[in-house]
Design a protein around this ligand. Structure first.
Ligand SMILES: [Zn+2]
Length: 140
């Protein structure tokens, strides 16, 4: 299969997928709110602008799209057949940014939780149970 889109067009399509307030992010927020958690969303004052920050629990939550964050061994992470190098670099940059921001947050005493898109798609309730457990846990 040849990628029928130009790099530019593909980038545009992908940036829409990446956009904030995706359905999955909204569902995660709704769920946590319904469980009594209060949070800040996309607060730029925190490294990497986490999807959610729960100040009371000193916890940052990232809802990672499997494509954008190159989720290893995940069927949602498939590189387009053309411009492979372009996408690889982009995804590598995302991964490195994430790791750098994670360390910064941890230095600030925050716990960092990642929820993967595929886990939420597979079983939203299970994935969210684990998130709630991790938020309440004292361990980093
Ligand atoms: Zn995944």
């Amino acid at each position: 299969m040849v990628d029928k889109f130009s790099a530019e067009k593909r980038s545009e399509i992908m940036s829409k997928i990446k956009g904030k307030n995706t359905k999955i992010e909204i569902n995660v927020r709704k769920y946590l709110f319904s469980k009594g958690f209060r949070y800040r969303k996309n607060d730029k004052r925190y490294p990497g602008t986490p999807d959610l920050v729960l100040p009371k629990y000193k916890t940052a939550v990232f809802i990672n799209g499997c494509f954008w964050h190159g989720h290893e061994n995940c069927k949602l992470y498939r590189l387009p057949k053309s411009n492979v190098e372009f996408w690889q670099k982009k995804i590598e940059r995302n991964q490195n940014n994430y790791l750098r921001n994670k360390s910064k947050l941890e230095e600030m005493g925050f716990k960092v939780i990642v929820v993967w898109e595929c886990e939420l798609r597979k079983s939203f309730d299970n994935a969210m149970n684990e998130v709630v457990y991790a938020i309440k846990s004292d361990k980093i």
